[in-house]
Design a protein around this ligand. Structure first.
Ligand SMILES: C[S@@+](CC[C@H](N)C(=O)[O-])C[C@H]1O[C@@H](n2cnc3c(N)ncnc32)[C@H](O)[C@@H]1O
Length: 203
């Protein structure tokens, strides 16, 4: 991949990935992060989003960086790493018992790209759907959700599902997201917990 502007910026500013700028731009638009928040970052490796989130929530906040792939330790003390698959059924219980409910859930999960777009789209939306399900166990009332999506036939149905749980939902493509890429981000504001049962039953 050509070393583009955001790749160079990430290197010079000490970010682990060019994806960092996507989260910064999403937050510039929607202004969802606050000092002291607790944030869950799904699909966090190598850790660019967790770095950005940790700076935005500050030293009194917390970021839980979750990925099935290895994430190297952060110098930012407020980031904790959970090396887990987001499909793990025990994940909500583990998070709730250790950290309680969270202010924001962000997901940049994406599958390994096979080149078969409709398959990749379908797997990616199923990861997004898992992230949306996790908001129902983990988000505080009025919490926020940011989620990567691959645009395709299943996107409208996903947005319909999201609307059932958030007062406001938006789609946004940050400038750092490559124009040719199918990727776009869904943003959910003001989580409405009354429509959901508060915990997921684990077996
Ligand atoms: C585009 S990368 C995330 C980049 C990250 N936001 C950053 O700023 O550095 C997508 C990540 O999703 C993760 N992922 C995909 N499926 C997953 C799953 N089932 N459980 C946990 N992580 C998953 C991959 O391992 C990969 O690290």
């Amino acid at each position: 991949m050509k070393e583009d502007f955001y790749y160079q910026q990430a290197r010079s500013q000490g970010y682990r990935s060019r994806a960092s700028f996507k989260l910064l731009q999403i937050n510039n638009k929607f202004k969802v992060f606050r000092k002291g928040q607790t944030i869950i970052d799904l699909g966090a490796s190598p850790g660019g989003w967790s770095q950005v989130a940790s700076h935005l929530v500050g030293g009194n906040g917390k970021v839980i960086a979750i990925d099935k792939s290895y994430i190297s330790p952060f110098k930012e003390k407020q980031v904790e790493i959970l090396n887990k698959d987001i499909l793990n059924r025990n994940l909500p219980t583990i998070i709730l018992e250790t950290y309680g409910k969270t202010d924001g859930l962000i997901s940049d999960c994406s599958p390994n790209i096979s080149g078969d777009f409709s398959r990749d789209h379908s797997i990616q939306i199923s990861l997004a759907r898992r992230a949306l399900t996790l908001t129902q166990s983990l988000l505080k009332v009025n919490g926020f959700f940011i989620c990567k999506l691959f645009q395709g036939t299943e996107l409208p149905e996903f947005m319909k599902e999201m609307k059932e749980h958030f007062k406001t939902t938006k789609l946004y493509k940050p400038a750092a997201s490559r124009k040719k890429s199918a990727e776009i981000y869904a943003v959910g504001l003001k989580y409405n917990a009354s429509k959901d049962s508060s915990t997921e039953t684990e077996k």
